[in-house]
Design a protein around this ligand. Structure first.
Ligand code: SF4
Length: 289
């Protein structure tokens, strides 16, 4: 474990504040580009309202959406088990101080203790490496988009076309519910759990990053064009901007399986990372790993 320059709890509060009040630059640029090419009044009005909201949130230091989501964390690099308690303290403090909407409840009784914690929370994915840093990333995930998550265990014979069709159908079936224009995270392969995990992780990649796999890069482009030709548009009210980007990850899978998962990020795809090293803490809003 490297010696941390400031308490992880403070860094987590900073991360949640940054993610909730400042849209990542790549998502902001994509919204602005969309406003430039949309010709319909309704689509332009929707995009204008979203961008106005984003600017006000950043200026006032307030969350850009009332649904501040469930914080999903990724911890990468060198760390030890104390990081769990420190992240939990940071979530509880951020909920009070920013403030964040207390979203977490018991799934059956629907009881809410107001802390954004509870059994199984916070959600933390661990990626240990030999790097000389600890990197904490948060992806606050709102329910409108998360509820549209889809997993299919396709027949391997369905092939590339079957995968492409499933992604497109999942986004179009979701309609306006995930607050488009969306970012479409896709996982292909692995096991069912790994597949869904990859689909969510894909939302962390900046929109201007290139997929190193040419087959996946082509699929991302094909799906992007198909979805933006669908006419669904911003907030599902019609237009040429249904998605801001498509990001796909894959893993090898069983020879008898072809899992595909779709995890949608809404226009408020919020993310923030802190890389902590001996040199200090460096914040950013998009990571590729
Ligand atoms: S889907 Fe996103 S933009 Fe829509 S209400 Fe939920 S968090 Fe907010």
């Amino acid at each position: 474990m490297i010696k941390l320059p400031e308490p992880v709890e403070d860094i987590v509060v900073n991360l949640l504040r940054l993610a909730n009040t400042k849209l990542p630059a790549d998502v902001g640029w994509a919204l602005e580009a969309a406003a430039g090419w949309e010709t319909g009044d309704i689509a332009r009005t929707q995009l204008g309202a979203i961008m106005d909201n984003v600017k006000k949130a950043e200026h006032m230091g307030r969350p850009m959406c009332q649904d501040t989501g469930i914080p999903v964390f990724y911890v990468r690099g060198r760390f030890d088990s104390t990081i769990v308690a420190q992240i939990s303290k940071g979530v509880e403090r951020a909920t009070r101080e920013i403030p964040l909407r207390p979203n977490t409840v018991d799934p059956l009784s629907r009881e809410n203790d107001g802390s954004n914690l509870g059994e199984g929370m916070p959600i933390i994915h661990y990626i240990p490496t030999d790097d000389d840093f600890t990197e904490i990333t948060v992806l606050p995930k709102g329910a409108g988009s998360e509820n549209m998550t889809r997993l299919a265990m396709l027949n391997p014979a369905d092939g590339v076309e079957g995968v492409r069709r499933f992604i497109i159908d999942s986004v179009l079936d979701a309609g306006g519910r995930p607050c488009p224009p969306s970012i479409v995270g896709v996982g292909i392969g692995g096991t069912s759990d790994k597949c869904v995990e990859m689909a969510k992780e894909a939302l962390l990649s900046p929109l201007d990053s290139e997929n190193p796999d040419p087959v996946l890069a082509k699929m991302e482009e094909d799906v992007f064009v198909a979805l933006n030709s669908s006419g669904l548009g911003p907030m599902g009210l019609g237009g040429s901007t249904t998605v801001l980007g498509v990001k796909i990850r894959k893993a090898f899978c069983h020879t008898a399986s072809l899992p595909v998962a779709v995890n949608i990020g809404c226009w408020a795809t919020r993310r923030a990372s802190a890389r902590i090293s001996d040199e200090g803490v460096e914040y950013s809003q998009g990571v590729d790993f």
